[in-house]
Design a binder for this molecule. Structure first.
Ligand code: ATP
Ligand code: MG
Length: 208
């Protein structure tokens, strides 16, 4: 990856599996904010999700690499794969600041559902000082965004942004359900990800 990165997007997620909602969102934010690169960071041990219910890290990482490989601005980081304990975003961002230097501006890309959850995030006030958040429109989750931003006061209005993007009613939860029920996931995930899921027999026998 080129070294002189002024604006770096971070797309964090469980990516279980990655889908076109993630890709379209990351690309829209990259274009809107003139990001040099978007780094996809599959969560190691997401604090809000139980380890027992998520797919092993290596599969989620592999699918993320496959889904992003055709976009020259997209990269994948194994940073959370290498760390034990809960994957707090603040630790990830601090590590990335060490890697890329203080002159780089960080944009954490999320859907508006994640913006709703921000008040519960570990060390969120410090995190807002280290990176901006861009919440892309997600169906059913947009009405409360302004009040969440207001709750954080000045730093909220400076560092949390709401980007109106086309609403894509797609989620990993729905994709896992479709697979269990034998319904199609074509065009909802990239073709190579669909083939990987079939080959590795993922999502067939998992309880909800
Ligand atoms: P799950 O249903 O398992 O929670 P998910 O589809 O929400 O999966 P995550 O890996 O939890 O995917 O999401 C990673 C990030 O991508 C989150 O910030 C989430 O808000 C955002 N995101 C996921 N799907 C969409 C979508 N369709 N539109 C906009 N943002 C999305
Ligand atoms: Mg989610």
């Amino acid at each position: 990856m080129e070294q002189n990165i002024r604006k770096l997007g971070i797309m964090g997620g469980t990516f279980d599996p990655i889908h076109i909602g993630h890709l379209v969102t990351a690309e829209a934010v990259r274009m809107e904010y003139g990001l040099d690169v978007v780094l996809f960071v599959p969560a190691g041990h997401p604090p809000h999700k139980s380890d027992a219910l998520i797919t092993p890290m290596l599969h989620r990482y592999n699918m993320t690499v496959m889904a992003t490989c055709s976009n020259p601005f997209f990269y994948v980081s194994s940073i959370e794969m290498e760390r034990s304990g809960p994957s707090y975003t603040i630790d990830t961002v601090k590590e990335l600041i060490k890697q890329y230097g203080e002159q780089t501006e960080f944009y954490f890309i999320t859907g508006t559902d994640t913006i709703h959850e921000l008040p519960t995030w570990h060390n969120i006030t410090e995190l807002l000082q280290l990176c901006r958040f861009v919440g892309a429109t997600r169906p059913g989750c947009n009405s409360m965004v302004d009040s969440i931003i207001e709750r954080f006061g000045k730093i909220g209005s400076q560092r949390i942004h709401h980007l109106a993007t086309p609403e894509l009613e797609i989620s990993s939860t729905d994709i896992r359900e479709r697979i269990r029920e034998g319904r199609s996931i074509k065009y909802i995930v990239p073709e190579n990800v669909e083939r990987y899921i079939l080959k590795e027999n993922l999502y067939q026998y998992r309880s909800k």
